[in-house]
Ligand binder design. Structure first.
Ligand code: CA
Length: 229
């Protein structure tokens, strides 16, 4: 059952929305204060948020911005003023839909259903997307950031994982240590190209059968490294 959070300070409107949504089979919760609504939207798992613009403590603009910073939960913003709706559209806060009060509850229900269906399609298409890189016994799950070598899972640090994945995704391409350092470490990172050498060594210890004769990451003397296929 989809769970919906209504953040609305006008009790009669919130109750009406809740009644109609519950009749359509949704689980609904109401918060009438902006700060508490924001906290719940961030910390709990709601499938959709119906967000009023003018609220005590924290207004809908800020709630929308803060939720969107962290989550993709669909947000329908509602306001009594048409002008406000135009303003929020212009701000690009990331709301998925806007409604001017008063609206018919059945229209709200229709829009809620449409957004939930759209969001589900989006999420499931992301899941189906191939985020797996597989080369000669190495399997990298980019989504879960896990790596298996011949079926056995190995643990990698963040940078080791990024470096291995980058090389495996660009097989047979020779990269200099400078290129790899710039690609994997951001500019503010402490370190230099020797960091790359250290990380390659650690990755090899985990993926190579014999680190003296690497089968995957080859050293191209005087140039850099390449992932061999
Ligand atoms: Ca209000």
């Amino acid at each position: 059952m989809s769970k919906i959070l209504i953040i609305e300070d006008e009790e009669s409107i919130a109750d009406l929305e809740k009644d109609y949504l519950e009749l359509s089979g949704f689980e609904v919760e109401i918060e009438n204060q902006g700060d508490i609504g924001l906290k719940r939207a961030l910390e709990e798992e709601f499938d959709l948020v119906i967000l009023d613009l003018m609220l005590p403590e924290v207004d809908g603009f800020e709630i929308c911005r803060k939720v969107r910073d962290k989550k993709n939960t669909p947000i329908i913003m509602v306001s009594a003023k048409k002008d406000d709706i135009d303003k929020i559209r212009g701000l690009g806060l990331g709301a998925d839909d806007y409604m001017t009060k008063p609206f018919s509850p059945s229209e709200l229900v229709a829009r809620v259903k449409a957004h939930l269906a759209r969001y589900e399609r989006l999420v499931s298409s992301n899941v189906q997307e191939n985020e797996i890189v597989e080369i000669r016994g190495i399997k990298i799950d980019k989504t879960a950031r896990r790596v298996w070598i011949n079926g056995e899972e190995k643990t990698f640090t963040t940078k080791e994982f990024d470096l291995l994945t980058f090389l495996a995704q660009n097989p047979n391409h020779v990269f200099t240590k400078e290129e790899l350092f710039n690609k994997i470490w951001d500019m503010e990172s402490v370190g230099d190209i020797a960091t790359v050498t250290v990380h390659i060594k650690k990755i090899r210890e985990k993926i190579e059968f014999n680190t003296a004769k690497p089968q995957y990451i080859e050293t191209i003397w005087g140039v850099g490294y390449r992932f061999k296929v």
